[in-house]
Design a protein around this ligand. Structure first.
Ligand SMILES: [Cu+2]
Length: 332
């Protein structure tokens, strides 16, 4: 398995490099921008989380070679039929219409290919599902048309992130329509749980460099996570058509050092030494009673994520997708 994987990896890299050079010229091979799209680029954004890197590897070394081989194979078959069996070259066509061995092969081979893909696909899916114990939780609420971020662990109440107007974005040297008036700030190398919900219609919180996309649905609290391994500014946007200004609710995440994060928390009048998500969850597990209103959910102890919004906890409820949330908080 390993050696065949290595072989495919080499093949894929060769194909990808060849295709890129052929279509875009050598200049397109220059370094991609990190955290935002690169004009003229054809590949995915560079990843800064382990999951995104796994997703890129899955795409480049498993899916892309398979797609390439299938495409070339079908193209060769078509060419062969056109050349060998056209009216001039083959005036009297064969009369048979069934061939059992061939039919068995063209049923079985696609099934085997799909099973092979599923092995890696499910591995990745489980990796996304298995959130480590989060170091902090951020609640992201989608509004028409901006985002609200709250940090229950740090007791930072919700603040609003609007689209940064074009002139201000230029002044700050940030990309217009990706930059926000206030970024979400997280520490580097920490597991960040993001709870998403919608206040009015369905939005979706997505940051490509993190490999994260999660619907923000009114009346629900969804959970996703990331662990950014590189300090920097990463942009995303709402990924669910949510109305006229859907394109104007960008996501800006600043990944900073722990010291810078603590300073930012203090600037927001938050608590740096707040009990961690893990500790709060442990209390919940120990007593079985309702947690403090600020207690977020964790992977180890499935707790109603709506607890972060002040609702009573249901310790037996799964952590994602099934729990009605309380009425969405009022805007601002
Ligand atoms: Cu939206």
């Amino acid at each position: 398995m390993k050696s065949s994987f290595q072989g495919m990896r080499t093949l894929a890299m060769g194909l990808a490099a060849g295709a890129t050079t052929a279509f875009w010229g050598a200049s397109a091979l220059a370094a991609d921008l990190v955290g935002q799209p690169t004009p003229g680029a054809i590949d995915m954004q560079p990843g800064v989380t382990p999951l995104k890197l796994q997703a890129i590897a899955f795409h480049n070394y498993i899916l892309l070679p398979i797609i390439t081989v299938i495409t070339l194979f079908v193209m060769a078959l078509l060419t062969w039929c056109v050349v060998r069996y056209n009216k001039r070259a083959n005036p009297v066509p064969a009369r048979w219409s069934h061939n059992t061995p061939i039919e068995v092969i063209w049923t079985l081979v696609p099934v085997l290919i799909l099973v092979f893909i599923a092995i890696f696909s499910f591995k990745l899916l489980f990796a996304y599902h298995d959130m480590p114990k989060p170091d902090l939780t951020v609640k992201a609420t989608g509004y028409q048309w901006y985002w609200g971020y709250a940090y229950p662990d740090q007791k930072i109440p919700e603040f609003i992130a609007n689209v940064l107007p074009e002139d201000q974005a230029k002044k700050r040297g940030e990309p217009y329509l990706l930059a926000a008036t206030e970024p979400m700030v997280v520490p580097v190398n920490k597991t960040v749980q993001v709870l998403t919900t919608g206040a009015d219609v369905i939005h979706s919180w997505a940051v490509p460099a993190f490999g994260v996309i999660m619907d923000a649905v009114p009346g629900r609290v969804n959970s996703t996570w990331f662990k950014a391994e590189k300090i920097g500014t990463y942009y995303g946007s709402c990924r669910e058509l949510c109305g006229i200004d859907h394109a104007f609710m960008p996501i800006e995440v600043k990944v900073v050092s722990q010291a810078d994060f603590d300073a930012w928390v203090l600037s927001k009048h938050g608590t740096v030494a707040a009990p961690t998500t893990t500790q709060v969850s442990a209390q919940v597990a120990g007593t079985g009673s309702a947690p403090a209103p600020a207690a977020p959910a964790s992977a180890a102890t499935p707790v109603n994520p709506a607890a972060t919004a002040g609702a009573p906890a249901e310790p037996s409820a799964p952590a994602t997708n099934t729990t009605p949330a309380p009425k969405a908080p009022a805007t601002h």
